[in-house]
Design a protein around this ligand. Structure first.
Ligand SMILES: Nc1ncnc2c1ncn2[C@@H]1O[C@H](COP(=O)(O)OP(=O)(O)O)[C@@H](O)[C@H]1O
Ligand SMILES: [Mg+2]
Length: 256
């Protein structure tokens, strides 16, 4: 059975050197995220949200502690393995889209797959399906400059989904959008989370985004200071209460 825990951070610390002054961006952070959970990371600017996302996803290295993704320690992977793992199992959505201006939407979505050597025909099929899923199939041949902010963010979400990841990491995904587009993108992420049991970790300033998730993690000065559970975890099938045993079963149990 696949593990229910998809992300496990154990006492993760990260210190940056800012022109000779150490900045303790993360201090012994513990965090567990279940498969299919949608988590928001909130807190004031500079509190370590982006660092947390980068360290947990393996984009950045950590100084102390450990991060297990689907039970595998990032520390035990080589750089190459980590990169490969990220390409296969993780999707990323950033505030400013990171789309290449010279490529159209479908080419932007398929590029990371081509880099990780997915067969071009399959990459195109997956990319078209992902654009369809996020509602911009009609704009597949448009370049980013021909798309609205909301459409661009849909394309980056499609790019994140196209490799069929276990986790999507989003850093301020609605930060550059007007409020209506922010609502639409939030709903889209929620729908993908629910329909595909996709795990989302979303860094956000926007409380409306936070409210749409299962759990808000509030950070301050490199530590998690509060967790707010908005939606109780679904019970595991195994964890469901057993029906009351019939008398004959009770008796049989006594005799073995
Ligand atoms: N590459 C870096 N070099 C030095 N300091 C950094 C670097 N990245 C982040 N920091 C510092 O680490 C702290 C946390 O930053 P960050 O994770 O970006 O915060 P947030 O995303 O919550 O705004 C801040 O004090 C920031 O200035
Ligand atoms: Mg940030």
């Amino acid at each position: 059975m696949e593990s229910d825990i998809v992300i496990e951070a154990k006492k993760v610390s990260k210190t940056y050197d800012a022109a000779g002054t150490p900045v303790r961006a993360l201090q012994s952070v513990d965090l567990t995220v279940r498969r299919g959970e949608m988590v928001a990371v909130m807190g004031p600017s500079g509190c370590g949200k982006t660092t947390l996302l980068n360290c947990l996803s393996g984009l950045d290295s950590i100084d102390e502690g450990d991060v297990l993704i689907e039970g595998v320690s990032l520390k035990e992977m080589s750089d190459r393995e980590r990169t490969k793992y990220r390409a296969r199992r993780m999707g990323f959505v950033f505030q400013f889209y990171n789309l290449l201006p010279v490529l159209n939407a479908v080419e932007n979505v398929e590029l990371p797959q081509l880099v990780s050597r997915v067969d071009p025909k399959e990459a195109r099929e997956r990319s078209e399906a992902a654009l369809e899923l996020v509602g911009v199939a009609g704009q597949a041949n448009h370049r980013p400059s021909q798309l609205s902010g909301g459409q661009r963010q849909r394309v980056t979400i499609a790019r994140a989904l196209a490799s069929n990841p276990a986790i999507v990491w989003a850093d301020e995904p609605t930060g550059d959008l007007d409020s209506q587009n922010a609502v639409d993108i939030t709903k889209l992420m929620r729908r993908l989370n629910e329909e595909q049991n996709l795990t989302f970790v979303i860094v956000t300033h926007d409380i409306a985004v936070g409210r749409a998730t299962d759990r808000i993690i509030r950070m301050a000065d490199g530590v998690i200071v509060e967790e707010l559970l908005l939606k109780a975890p679904e019970p595991e099938p195994e964890a469901e209460p057993e029906p009351a045993p019939k008398p004959e079963r009770e008796i049989a149990a006594l005799t073995v």
